[in-house]
Design a protein around this ligand. Structure first.
Ligand code: C2E
Ligand code: CA
Ligand code: CA
Length: 369
């Protein structure tokens, strides 16, 4: 009797089909003498009500999902006056109402499904880092990498963070995912032999994680167990969400810095803190978002913002890394502006660790020539 179909945008279509149709329409009822309620937890929403003032009898109550019930009342009056086309209209009407109801209730089964799948993925350790090189455009040499999480399923499918990271952040599953990632980064770092003294791998975190000393403790312990020097790791904190406790964040960051781990502000200028975080927090590097890099060579008004960001970075004596650089023109422009550290498809896409090892070796050979 119930079909729940997921539609784009997290809405859901609940269609009422046979045998419910039969129960509603062939069971001596019609749209004038049937009352349909949808009950979500304790909330009751009437989606079709009586027109005639008859006495209604409770026909049935059916559980659709864990929290949603369908409840139907009918009168004694029969269906005799209802025609077939009307049946169809009633069905369409019910469908529309149910879709609206589900949107109104904020039901997001799709999100719940992703959450459960992430849970399984964490247990199976399916979250692994890919690495994207950061290159000095003046010398062509690799200065470090950013670790970027990928969900590698058993069937070989690789899922990008855009499809799960927001849900993982909302459900706090990001903590376990970051733990998995840090362990893997530490293990990979311990295997890299062909790297110069300042080579590092950066790890993405959200502000909430950096407000908690447990994060710093775990990170330092993991690096120590893998016998990896702390300065091999850097932290990238995104500005997309807000720091709710700047004092705690400052303490955690300072502790990490005291242990040799630097802090970079990711997506600077796109999110919450604006540039005030650079005054309040011990951040040494500014990552210029792709959104601003994309304006190079265009008439986009944001091109002025790029220049303002670069001026600010120079003024504040920050290290700057340009992200999402795809063309020679962009590399040249940035070089003319004094931004030399480049991350983007122009040099390399994010890659698995085995490819990174090869990339580093080739890069080193180039350096030696
Ligand atoms: P992000 O930290 O800003 O990472 C840069 C994103 O830009 C990456 O997307 C990278 O693949 C992409 N990118 C780099 N260069 C280019 C380019 O030249 N062209 C284009 N079109 N894209 C480029 P990705 O890997 O899909 O990651 C998306 C976002 O997911 C990241 O943005 C970051 O915010 C988040 N993320 C990734 N890994 C983690 C993680 O371990 N923890 C957390 N909290 N977030 C993560
Ligand atoms: Ca990042
Ligand atoms: Ca970024």
């Amino acid at each position: 009797m119930k079909i729940i179909r997921n539609l784009p945008n997290d809405t859901h279509l609940i269609t009422i089909t046979d045998p419910l149709n039969r129960q509603l329409y062939f069971n001596n009822t019609n749209d004038n003498n049937v009352v349909i309620n949808i009950i979500y937890k304790d909330k009751k929403i009437q989606i079709q009500s009586k027109i005639k003032k008859n006495i209604f009898y409770h026909e049935f109550k059916k559980k659709l999902t864990k929290n949603i019930y369908l409840e139907v009342f009918v009168t004694k009056k029969g269906l005799t006056d209802i025609v077939h086309s009307e049946l169809l209209m009633v069905n369409v009407f019910l469908c529309i109402l149910l879709v609206i109801t589900c949107i109104f209730l904020g039901l997001r089964p799709q999100q719940r499904t992703v959450k459960m799948a992430i849970e399984r993925g964490i247990k199976r350790k399916e979250f692994i880092p890919f690495y994207q090189p950061i290159i000095n455009s003046m010398t062509g040499s690799i200065i470090g990498c950013e670790s970027l999480i990928r969900w590698c399923k058993a069937n070989g499918e690789i899922i990008s963070p855009a499809n799960f990271i927001d849900i993982a952040e909302q459900n706090k599953q990001i903590y376990e995912i970051t733990d998995l990632l840090i362990s893997q980064v530490a293990e990979d770092l311990s295997k890299l032999t062909n790297i110069h003294d300042n080579f590092y791998i950066s790890i993405n975190v959200i502000p909430r994680q950096l407000q908690n000393q447990t994060f710093a403790t775990k990170l330092l312990n993991t690096l120590s167990s893998a016998q990896v020097s702390n300065h091999r790791v850097a932290i990238e904190v995104t500005e997309r969400t807000q720091f709710t406790n700047v004092t705690s964040a400052k303490e955690v960051m300072q502790r990490l810095i005291d242990h040799g781990i630097s802090i970079k502000l990711d997506d600077a200028g796109t999110g919450f803190g604006g540039f005030s975080y650079f005054q309040e927090l011990p951040i040494s590097t500014l990552k210029i978002d792709k959104m601003f890099i994309d304006t190079i060579g265009t008439c986009d008004v944001k091109a002025n913002i790029l220049n303002a960001i670069i001026s600010f970075g120079k003024e504040a004596k920050l290290t700057m890394i340009a992200e999402g650089v795809e063309t020679q023109e962009q590399v040249n422009y940035l070089r003319d502006q004094g931004v030399f550290l480049i991350q983007g498809y122009y040099y390399a896409k994010p890659m698995p660790f085995s490819d990174l090892e090869k990339y580093i070796n080739n890069n080193l050979k180039k350096d030696n020539h």
